[in-house]
Design a protein around this ligand. Structure first.
Ligand SMILES: Nc1nc2c(c(=O)[nH]1)N(C=O)[C@@H](CNc1ccc(C(=O)N[C@@H](CCC(=O)O)C(=O)O)cc1)CN2
Ligand SMILES: Nc1nc2c(ncn2[C@@H]2O[C@H](COP(=O)(O)OP(=O)(O)OP(=O)(O)O)[C@@H](O)[C@H]2O)c(=O)[nH]1
Ligand SMILES: [K+]
Ligand SMILES: [Mg+2]
Length: 443
């Protein structure tokens, strides 16, 4: 790591009442002094002061807070300059910081420094990064706990348990001529089994809650003219998509974000699925199939005022193949019933009038996916690490049986390494660059 003093605008880009410029590194305090022409700043006091550019022109009246190392977010000297918001002032102050010797921070560089200075571990860093983009209140609650170390504690307890088991075997390798006693082998096996079960539970809970963390995707499908776009408009509460009595009105997929209950979800309205001869419509149908693939919840719509036909049947067989959560809707119930199907509908609607039943159902499905399991892995990186840990535990069983303790130790060591990579990896700069590189600027 270098000794540069880094600077970034930490607040969102756009019009807002205030903005924060954050500096970290050896020169942070001297830069604050230069910009403000003040002799000193008391650590952790908010100081109201003017800030000037290199030509001594007033930029803004600001509040500056100095955090003396190591008592700061990064562990280095940190200065925060709180100025008026908008596009110009914060940029001018940033430029003045550069003129005074700072350089622009890379994405995630503040968090990276906090990590290298031992202020946070990787699981906490990932939680900070995801908290900013949380897609539901439940997700935010889990992440807030992880920012304070809840995942770290779990990972470290698992790691310690493996190390404990490893110690038995290492002692035998180093000091004993004999094999491990049979009852000890059984005890170790039981412990490893229990660990595996616990990790498996964590993995399953994490995967089933992926929608909660990443935001649910909901696809609306059905044959042409059943009222899919009317449904989308109802969910959004404004006329986003064109609705008409012409079959094939929606040609492309339409994607919109909306808040339902405590969840921020993406809804995808698709072109009606049917056997199309029209080339453009064929592409639209392909997109509908993709939308189903990419969704967490599939809402299928059928027209109550028409008899079931071949196109409906095609859709039904398509839905039978998918493993996704589903909601089946009988639409246009204000019209005379002609639809005759074998399966039960989840909801009956008049999508032009009121889609509240669908909103309630979606909310129930999304809330349900928030299992009571406390521990949750929040990135593919963490999931892969746990999977690697489990594989190595698996591979440790046979050599343990056969009293090949060196091979047994090797696999448990690998398991410890994989586990540690979630919080504090032994090596691997490349992985760190990749991880912090995906952070927001200014984080
Ligand atoms: N203005 C501001 N708000 C912010 C942050 C920030 O960096 N600046 N944060 C950034 O993500 C979050 C808060 N997290 C923080 C964590 C530690 C320290 C810190 O300075 N810790 C020192 C001093 C502790 C103390 O004074 O009690 C330490 O732990 O030694 C600051 C912010 C959210 N709000
Ligand atoms: N009576 C009645 N008409 C409806 C209802 N929902 C939709 N419609 C009408 O059905 C027609 C088709 O609605 P759309 O929302 O465009 O249907 P769509 O499934 O998006 O159609 P495509 O995009 O062409 O596949 C329009 O004339 C709507 O006004 C309903 O609940 N009752
Ligand atoms: K239509
Ligand atoms: Mg449509």
């Amino acid at each position: 790591m270098d000794n540069d003093t880094i600077v970034a605008i930490a607040t969102a880009n756009g019009i807002g009442s205030i903005a924060i410029i954050r500096l970290s590194g050896e020169k942070a305090l001297s830069i604050a002094k230069t910009l403000s022409k003040k002799d000193n700043f008391s650590p952790r006091y908010a100081t109201l002061t003017n800030v000037y550019d290199k030509n001594n022109e007033l930029i803004d009246e600001t509040i500056i807070i100095y955090f003396k190392n190591p008592h700061s977010f990064t562990g280095e000297d940190v200065v925060e300059i709180q100025c008026h918001g908008g596009y110009i002032v914060a940029q001018s102050i940033l430029q003045s910081c550069l003129d005074a010797g700072a350089r622009v921070a890379n994405a995630g560089e503040f968090s990276k420094r906090a990590f290298f200075n031992g202020r946070i571990d990787l699981s906490e860093a990932e939680a900070i990064s995801q908290l900013i983009e949380a897609k539901s209140e439940d997700a935010a609650k889990i992440l807030a706990k992880q920012v304070k170390g809840s995942l770290k504690e779990f990972i470290e307890s698992v790691r310690d348990e493996i190390i404990h088991i490893l110690a038995y075997s290492e002692v035998s390798i180093d000091y004993a001529e004999e094999d491990l006693p049979e009852d000890l082998v059984e005890q170790i096996k039981a412990k490893l089994e229990a660990l595996k079960k616990q990790l498996e539970r964590t993995l399953q809970a994490s995967k089933s809650r992926a929608g909660l963390m990443q935001g649910f995707r909901v696809a609306i499908v059905g044959k042409p003219n059943v009222g899919k776009s009317s449904l989308l408009n109802g969910l959004l509460n404004y006329n986003r998509a064109i609705v008409s009595d012409i079959a094939g009105t929606t040609r492309d997929t339409i994607e919109e974000q909306v808040k339902i209950g405590t969840h921020l979800i993406r809804i995808v309205d698709t072109a009606g699925i049917r056997d199309a001869s029209d080339e453009i419509e064929k592409i639209g149908i392909q997109r509908s199939l993709e939308a189903i693939e990419q969704s967490d919840i599939v809402v299928s719509v059928f027209d109550n005022s028409r008899e079931l036909d071949e196109e409906d049947k095609q859709i039904i067989s398509l839905l039978e193949e998918t493993q996704k959560q589903q909601i089946r809707i009988k639409n246009k119930i204000d019209l005379e019933t002609k639809l005759n199907v074998a399966f039960d509908f989840d909801i009956e609607l008049n999508s032009k009038d009121d889609v509240t039943p669908l909103i309630k159902k979606l909310e129930a499905i999304m809330d349900r996916s928030n299992s009571s399991e406390e521990i949750m892995l929040i990135s593919q990186r963490q999931i892969s690490a746990v999977e690697e840990t489990m594989e190595n535990i698996d591979e440790a069983f046979y050599p343990l049986e056969d009293q090949e303790l060196e091979i047994f130790s090797f696999h448990l060591n690998e398991a410890v390494k994989a586990m540690a990579s979630i919080t504090r990896p032994f090596e691997n700069d490349e992985m760190l660059d990749k991880m912090f590189g995906s952070f927001c600027l200014g984080k």
